[in-house]
Structures are given as structure tokens and as C-alpha cells.
Design a protein around this ligand. Structure first.
Ligand code: NAD
Length: 466
């Protein structure tokens, strides 16, 4: 079992960042071979530490082994295998046409690493959300400083040891500590900050980054709506909503935060949810090996305060000592209810009904702009297109929830208050790269069109630039 490591002293943080800038300047991170070797090194380390990571995930979040593999270690290993196979291709310059004015010559987009990156992870998927951006950073030829959450001490300890045993700190380093250490990090000069967490802290990160004009990628949260229309295949909708909502005990940034169900199928839908929760987690979900726990007492109190007893259809039970909250469904929820005032981030599913989709759009617009994800269950192509057009969101699933994250070909990120920038697969490589536009002009001829004295050359210019 890993020991918790002491917080990294301020002086060491400053030294590590300076060393990474020096190391990046040597060019050692740039070749395709070094990127691939380091991705292999990371993959071997994750395999070697997988039992420790699983134990830590169980300790910090009560995460079932299946979920730990699906959404954390397995997710990361799959990401690594795919990236190792693709990175050479991604690195190739992309040739683009050369305009008439810049002829004769050739034009290409060159993918240059950004440099020294700060990657800050939240508590809910500590392995995935630390390593997934790190994989993209390595693939794009960067160095990185990692900061995990103080709320996941067991995972942080394992990640600290894994990184220290695998990479020199001038290349990849993990900083131990709390908000104090993150604040010191944010005072340093980075070439890019990749932050995953709440919109509140995202704003702190962005304003710190602004002082150094450091670009940021913000992967934030919010209230993701889930719409169940009257033509939905109800049994499938129920199964997929239960799966997406109660994964990691609801502590998922793209969990369906609330459900809007068509009035005509409301009762059937609620009865289906009740039945499904029992069949998945049993009569007493506390005993289920497949249901996680809340991260700490503060969040347990915050989430249980949202459960209004008279609106409970399923669940409602909780135990502070065990950090347990049963999978809970609330009905007839209104916008004035506490549960609709903030991102829930726990196993509580408010359900409310609608009669027309216009009501749905009005409700979604009353929430912070715009959600990280939007889910629709409907068989109608017209309705699917209408909802995609009318509801702006970071990502979306039609007839599913959450699983758009599991396709590395899709960009993953928010829009508006749910974040900026996107990653995963090629999109992650691009997120940690600068697209350098390069024009190479011929020297075998020198066209004098744009040189002074201009004389009457404008007539030629007008022919070219119209
Ligand atoms: P958080 O914003 O509280 O913390 C995120 C990170 O910021 C942690 O490492 C924490 O140590 C650090 N931090 C906290 N306060 C800070 C401060 N004042 N200054 C500097 N750093 C600070 O988020 P959380 O509670 O760990 O995670 C939950 C939130 O993250 C939810 O809003 C969720 O939707 C979001 N989230 C988003 C994604 C995504 O991919 N978009 C994924 C997971 C979680």
C-alpha cells in the first residue's frame, strides 16, 4: 500500500517548472520515437500499478473494480494503445493549397508542441482525468506538471509513485498537495493549462492564466439535461439512464443531471426506473458491489440536502458514516427546487414532465449556458435534429447517455460555461499542439508583384484578389 506523500514544497514546485522549460528547449520531447517510447513507458507503468490504482479508487470513491477498469485504467490503456498507433500519422504536416498571391510555393500546417503544460485533475475520475490529458500532452511532444485533487489522497499517492518511478521530473512531474500548491503552480509561467473541474475553479484558473497570457483548456461541468420523448423505446431509455446516472454514484461530469419526460409516458417511465434500480442494485443498494460512495462528508451533506422527502419515488436513504446515498429518483421537480439550483454530482435524479418540446427548451435555457452534454431518447429523426439544433451543448447522445465519451474519434469538451477546448484521440493531440502555418516560397523565380514601386501593378492585383 502506498504511503501518502507530503505536499511538494513551494521551492520545489518553482524548480520543477523551471527545469521543465529548460528540458523542453533541448528538443528531447519532440521526435516521434521519444513520444512513442514515453507512451510505452506510461502504458507499462499503468499495467504495473493497476492493482494499486484499483485499490486506491476503491479507497477514495468505493469504485467497483468493473467501473475502475471501464472508466479509469482500461479507458487509459485503450487511449494509450490507440495513441501509440496513431501518433506518427498525426505528427505529419498537413499539406494545404497555396493561394495565387503566394505562388510559386507550397503550404503546410505543422503541428508544434506547446511546451510546458499544467494538468489539473478533479476528484471523480482521478486516473482517467490525469492520464488522458497526459497522453495527449506526450503525444504532442510536450512536458507536463500534474496536479491531482486533495480529495483523492490514495489515488494521488499511487500516481505520485508511478510518475516518479517512470519519468524524470524535468519531463513529467506530479505535485502533491492541496489548493495551496495549486495556487503556487498557477503563479508560474506555463505554455498551456489543461484544467478539469468545476466552473467556479475554472474561473480562478483562467484569471490566473490571463496574467501570463497562458492559453487554457477548461473541461468543466454543469447541468446536463436528458429528454425522454413520447416515442422513445422506454425500456432502453430506462436502462441507459440508470446506467449513466448511477455510474460512480452519480459523480460524473456528463451524468444526466435531470430528466424531462413527456407527460404521456411519465408514470410508465417512473415505474420503469423503480424496477430497473432494484434489478441492477437490489432491494438494498448499500449491499451492492456495483455501487460507489460519495467522496467526502461535505459532498454527502450537499447532496442529501437536495433530497426532498415528499418527492422521492425511489431511494432517499443515506448513511453519513458510510458516505452512502441510495440511487434516488425525485418526481414533479420544479425549477425552484434546490436540486435544480446547481450541478447535482451525486446519485439523485430529478424528473419533471413536459407537454411540448418548447417547454423543454425554456427549462434548459434557464440553466447556466450551455450544458456539457445533452441526451435525447426519441425515434424521430426530425426531433433528434431539432433538439441538436436548439440545445447548444458540449456533446450529445441520441438514445444513450454518457457513452459519447467512450469514442476517441469524437471531440470531448464543453461550450460556454461548460468549458472551452476539446480532447481525446486526434482532438487531444491538437489540443496540446500549436498549428503552425508554414509557407515555403520558391527561389527559382522571384515574382515582383507585391514589391514597391507599385506603379500600375494594382490592375494585376485586382485580377488575383477578387
Ligand atoms: P473542483 O473545481 O473543486 O477541483 C478541481 C481541481 O481544482 C482539484 O485538483 C482541486 O484541487 C483544484 N482546486 C480547487 N479549488 C481551487 C482553487 N481555489 N484554486 C486552485 N485550484 C483549486 O472540482 P471537483 O470537485 O474536483 O470536481 C467536480 C467538478 O468537476 C464538477 O463540476 C464536474 O462537472 C467537473 N468535471 C468536469 C469534467 C469534464 O471532463 N468536463 C470531468 C470531471 C469533472
Amino acid at each position: 500500500m502506498q504511503k501518502n506523500h507530503p505536499a511538494t514544497p513551494e521551492k520545489d514546485i518553482i524548480d520543477i517548472v523551471a527545469k521543465q522549460h529548460d528540458f523542453f528547449r533541448t528538443g528531447a520531447t519532440r521526435s516521434s520515437q521519444s513520444r512513442i517510447d514515453n507512451l510505452h513507458r506510461l502504458k507499462d507503468a499503468i499495467i504495473r500499478f493497476s492493482q494499486d490504482l484499483n485499490r486506491a479508487l476503491r479507497q477514495d470513491l468505493g469504485k467497483p473494480a468493473f467501473e475502475a477498469y471501464l472508466s479509469e485504467t482500461g479507458f487509459t490503456l485503450h487511449d494509450l494503445s490507440m495513441t501509440i498507433g496513431k501518433v506518427k500519422k498525426w505528427m505529419r504536416p498537413k499539406w494545404v493549397p497555396t493561394s495565387l498571391l503566394t505562388q510559386p510555393g507550397s503550404s503546410r500546417i505543422h503541428y508544434a508542441p506547446l511546451g510546458v503544460n499544467l494538468i489539473i485533475a478533479p476528484y471523480n475520475y482521478p486516473v482517467n482525468l490525469t492520464f488522458s490529458p497526459l497522453i495527449a500532452a506526450i503525444a504532442a511532444g510536450n512536458t507536463a506538471v500534474l496536479k491531482t485533487s486533495e480529495m483523492t489522497p490514495a489515488c494521488s499517492a499511487v500516481i505520485h509513485q508511478l510518475i516518479a518511478e517512470t519519468f524524470p521530473e524535468e519531463y513529467i512531474a506530479h505535485i502533491e498537495g492541496e489548493v495551496k500548491q495549486t495556487t503556487v503552480l498557477l503563479q508560474q509561467k506555463f505554455d498551456h493549462i489543461f484544467f478539469t473541474g468545476s466552473p467556479r475553479v475554472g474561473a480562478i484558473v483562467m484569471s490566473a492564466a490571463a496574467k501570463n497570457l497562458t492559453p487554457v483548456t477548461l473541461e468543466l461541468g454543469g447541468k446536463s439535461p436528458c429528454i425522454v420523448h413520447d416515442d422513445a423505446k422506454l425500456d432502453i431509455a430506462v436502462k441507459r439512464i440508470v446506467n449513466g446516472k448511477f455510474l460512480n454514484a452519480g459523480q460524473t461530469c456528463i451524468a444526466p443531471d435531470y430528466v424531462l419526460v413527456h407527460k404521456a409516458i411519465e408514470e410508465e417511465f417512473l415505474a420503469g426506473l423503480k424496477q430497473r434500480i432494484v434489478s441492477v442494485y437490489g432491494e438494498d443498494p448499500r449491499q451492492s458491489p456495483d455501487f460507489g460512495r460519495i467522496i467526502n462528508g461535505n459532498h454527502w451533506r450537499r447532496i442529501t440536502a437536495m433530497i426532498e422527502a415528499r418527492k422521492v419515488v425511489v431511494g432517499g436513504q443515506s448513511d453519513a458514516d458510510a458516505l452512502y446515498i441510495a440511487p434516488t429518483v425525485l418526481r414533479d421537480v420544479t425549477l425552484d427546487d434546490r436540486v435544480m439550483a446547481e450541478e447535482i454530482f451525486g446519485p439523485v435524479l430529478p424528473v419533471s414532465s413536459y407537454e411540448s418540446l418548447d417547454e423543454v427548451y425554456t427549462i434548459v435555457e434557464r440553466m447556466p449556458h450551455h450544458p456539457l452534454a445533452c441526451y435525447l431518447f426519441s425515434e424521430s429523426r426530425d426531433i433528434q435534429q431539432e433538439v441538436l439544433d436548439k440545445i447548444q451543448s458540449g456533446g450529445a447522445c441520441i438514445n444513450n447517455c454518457v457513452f459519447h465519451i467512450a469514442n476517441h474519434h469524437l471531440p470531448f469538451g464543453g461550450v460556454g460555461e461548460s468549458g472551452m477546448g476539446a480532447y481525446h484521440g486526434l482532438h487531444g493531440f491538437e489540443c496540446f499542439s500549436h498549428k503552425k502555418g508554414v509557407l515555403k516560397s520558391a527561389t527559382w523565380i522571384d515574382v515582383p508583384l507585391t514589391y514597391a514601386p507599385y506603379g500600375d501593378k494594382i490592375k494585376w492585383l485586382k485580377k488575383i484578389m477578387k
